[in-house]
Ligand binder design. Structure first.
Ligand code: ADP
Length: 325
């Protein structure tokens, strides 16, 4: 196998920091099905399924849910040697219940092991050997010390000239917009790549036009900006070029974690040296496929599935063109 000099010294394509969560999803008969979540953990699993070498930094409880998450990472090939176990604090948990108004999330994460993370828990030497560091607004929201840990990780990445990927992932149940805004804008300003959604950006900035949202984050200092537009796809912006990259039509059943599937696929493609706009198209396909099943992790596609989906889509498009009068 050949490897570029960069790869020879790199331990991970992508390393993420934040809070993994155990999921209990209510079924029609009232029982709960076990699953997994936590935005940054979803991102590295999405990228690992596409062939990237990924790792995670964080804290789990020394409990059965922590064991289950560690086993999940092991199955998915995500390195968790930088994840510590807290002696007393528990692993975070959330329930998904389904009612008349759609699905509802209830979180049990206050005082969780991950929320007790501090800057001392951030291994700068591991970050320095990654291609990308991925962090999010949720990693920042879970506690003040976790927020400091995120900035310590960003600082370590920037000092080592490692690209920082940042998802605004605003959760107003964890912190009010007024508290979130300065921390999110500061992290976005320090990022090489900021991903936001129309909903997050509207709440944070009052702007609803994707191109203006992208311009706002570019002006703050983000290197590239992606604004996700649900089924419509994404708006991708660099200081030189803006483009809307269309989403793929699928019979979506559950878009939970679609944004994480997108980010994982995007970072995986960028790690392989793909151009940002081509990577966004691939990531739209991976994210569309992730909506075909329930939960954030289970339906994440493998590389051959995304490639087959894209090939099928391309041949259908070519057929349509040939039949056009
Ligand atoms: P988030 O708010 O978490 O960023 P979105 O709901 O905007 O997530 O979705 C992220 C990406 O997932 C979209 O940009 C698109 O590529 C894909 N996606 C989401 N919903 C659908 C859908 N219904 N059909 C096809 N693709 C989808």
């Amino acid at each position: 196998m050949t490897s570029t000099p960069k790869h020879r010294f790199m331990q991970f394509d992508i390393i993420a920091l934040g809070e993994p969560l155990y999921e209990l999803n209510q079924q029609p008969d009232g029982r709960y099905l076990a699953g997994f979540g936590g935005d940054t953990s979803n991102v590295v699993i999405a990228a690992a399924r596409l062939g990237s070498h990924c790792g995670y930094i964080g804290k789990l409880g020394n409990d059965p849910f922590g064991d289950a998450i560690a086993a999940l990472w092991a199955r998915e090939g995500v390195d968790s040697s930088a994840v510590a176990r807290h002696a007393t604090a528990q692993t975070g948990l959330y329930l998904v219940t389904h009612g008349k108004g759609g699905h509802q999330f209830s979180y049990y994460r206050k005082g969780s092991a991950a929320s007790l993370m501090t800057p001392e828990d951030v291994p700068a030497s591991i970050i320095a050997r990654a291609g990308y560091l991925h962090v999010s607004g949720i990693s920042q929201a879970i506690s003040e010390t976790a927020r400091e840990a995120v900035f310590a990780a960003i600082d370590a990445a920037r000092k080592a000239k490692i690209a920082v990927s940042y998802d605004t992932n605003l959760r107003t149940r964890l912190w009010p917009v007024e508290t979130a805004r300065p921390a999110i804008e500061k992290a976005a300003a320090l990022s090489s790549l900021t991903k936001t959604s129309i909903e997050d950006a509207e709440a944070l900035t009052g702007i609803s036009d994707p191109s203006e949202i992208a311009a706002h984050f570019l002006k703050l200092g983000a290197g590239f900006v992606i604004v996700t537009l649900g089924a419509k796809g994404v708006h991708v912006a660099t200081p030189d070029r803006h483009a809307e990259i269309a989403g793929f039509k699928v019979s979506a059943v559950d878009a939970t974690g679609a944004g994480d599937a997108f980010t994982g696929a995007l970072l995986s493609e960028l790690s392989r040296g793909e151009d940002l706009f081509a990577a966004a198209r691939f990531a739209n396909a991976a994210a569309a496929l992730s909506t075909l099943g329930y939960g954030a992790v289970e339906p994440l596609p493998r590389r051959h599935e995304v490639e087959a989906f894209l090939a099928k889509h391309e041949s259908a498009t070519a057929r349509d063109r040939a039949h056009r009068p």
